[in-house]
Design a binder for this molecule. Structure first.
Ligand code: NAD
Ligand code: UFG
Length: 338
């Protein structure tokens, strides 16, 4: 199949490109490099020995996207193109709503005009909100989000679902990711956050490599086994392989299917720090600080539906995730910037 990855030069898109190419699919990437660089795709090509059709374009630009889709005629789209920083979305809600909603509408309109009927969407566990206790399963009603980023995901899910009700030939898979971490085993591609990382694993890696002095753990007084928050961390290569299964499922399906991509196994912040130090034999100095606004004590998945519907299950463990995150960080201390 030919798959168009909107936002495919980013962290999850570049790893998914490797998995798709490895399975013999063709890959087209459209990205405006708002939070990435073409270097990631260059490395994907080096790793796989295959070429990627790469377009620098804003996915909100309907004229450009339509031309690309008319030329490439993809069988399926994976929509990764989004802004994803929770704190920034509170400061810049209009930019977030404009970018995330508009990219989705543009892709749907271009699909309508070119006859492409399959779309896989990067959603997030955040749509379960604070009302649903973990483990979160796909049958739960969506909850209230605590920030504009989360609301964009919730709204985009609704838009895609409504589109599939109106067009019975449309096949939509909404993938709700839990916490992707890790990197490709080669250490050649990985997560390359701009500025100070918001997320735990890039922060831990940057402390370990000496770029930051110490990690602040946000809250040590939660009602959890060690007092720190529990999350469902998933290796990005497992996540990437989940996309291959979702794309293949999409081809034989109509309507909307919601699927969690997680391991179902919660780990605490201290589990991450301790495992990272142990498997990599490095020090991660830390202190326990105040709680971060909006954090929930425990968010993890019920991962059974993915196994049942997609025949996919995460294979890599926490030690693999910590080892591969470090391998990427130590080999690329400045990310894709040399
Ligand atoms: P990322 O920022 O590395 O990748 C997103 C890519 O989209 C970037 O390359 C960026 O340049 C591109 N992009 C953004 N707006 C665009 C536009 N208008 N036109 C063209 N390209 C555009 O992020 P990621 O971690 O790879 O996440 C991919 C998707 O998964 C995002 O939609 C994100 O919200 C979602 N998601 C990520 C996580 C996570 O923890 N990483 C969790 C849940 C959901
Ligand atoms: N944490 C720290 N110190 C840090 C960074 C994070 O202690 O410097 C803690 C957080 O408090 C949380 C855990 O590490 O307990 C994980 O935090 P992340 O920011 O890595 O991830 P979140 O679970 O907060 O958020 C992630 C994605 C969001 C998504 C959300 C859905 O980043 O995009 O999952 O649950 F919306």
């Amino acid at each position: 199949m030919k798959i168009l990855l909107a936002g495919g030069a980013g962290y999850i898109g570049s790893h998914t490109a490797v998995s798709l190419l490895g399975k013999g699919h063709e890959v087209v990437v459209v990205d405006n490099y708002d939070n990435s660089s073409p270097e990631s795709i260059k490395r994907v090509e080096q790793l796989t020995g295959k070429s990627v059709a790469l377009y620098e374009a804003d996915v909100k630009d309907k004229v450009r996207v339509l031309k690309i889709m008319q030329k490439e005629q993809p069988d399926c789209i994976i929509h990764f193109a989004g802004l994803k920083a929770v704190g920034e979305s509170v400061q810049q809600p209009i930019r977030y709503y404009r970018n995330n909603i508009d990219t989705t509408l543009t892709l749907l309109e271009c699909m309508e005009q070119t006859g492409c009927k399959e779309i896989v969407f990067s959603s997030s566990a955040t749509v379960y909100g604070s009302e649903n206790p973990s483990p979160c399963h796909e049958g739960m009603p969506k909850g209230s989000c605590t920030n504009p980023y989360g609301w964009t995901k919730s709204m985009m899910e609704q838009i895609l679902q409504d589109a599939s009700v109106a067009d019975k030939e449309l096949s939509v898979v909404l993938l709700r990711y839990f916490n992707p971490i890790g990197a490709h085993e080669s250490g050649r591609i990985g997560e390359d956050p701009q500025g100070i990382p918001n997320n735990l694993m890039p922060y831990v890696s940057q402390v370990a490599v000496g770029k930051r002095e110490k990690l602040t753990i946000f809250g040590g007084d939660y009602d959890t086994p060690d007092g720190t928050c529990l999350r469902d961390y998933i290796h990005v290569m497992d996540l990437a392989e989940g996309h291959v299964s979702a794309v293949e499922f999409c081809a034989h399906h109509h309507g909307t299917e919601i699927i969690n991509l997680g391991t179902g196994q919660p780990y605490s912040v201290l589990d991450i720090v301790n495992t990272f130090q142990k498997v990599n034999d490095v020090k991660v100095p830390y202190e326990i600080g105040p709680r971060r606004a909006g954090d929930l004590p425990a968010v993890y998945s019920d991962a059974h539906k993915a196994e049942r519907v997609l025949g996919w299950k995460a294979k890599r463990n926490l030690a693999d995730m910590c080892r591969d995150s470090w391998n990427w960080q130590k080999n690329n201390p400045n990310g894709y910037k040399r």
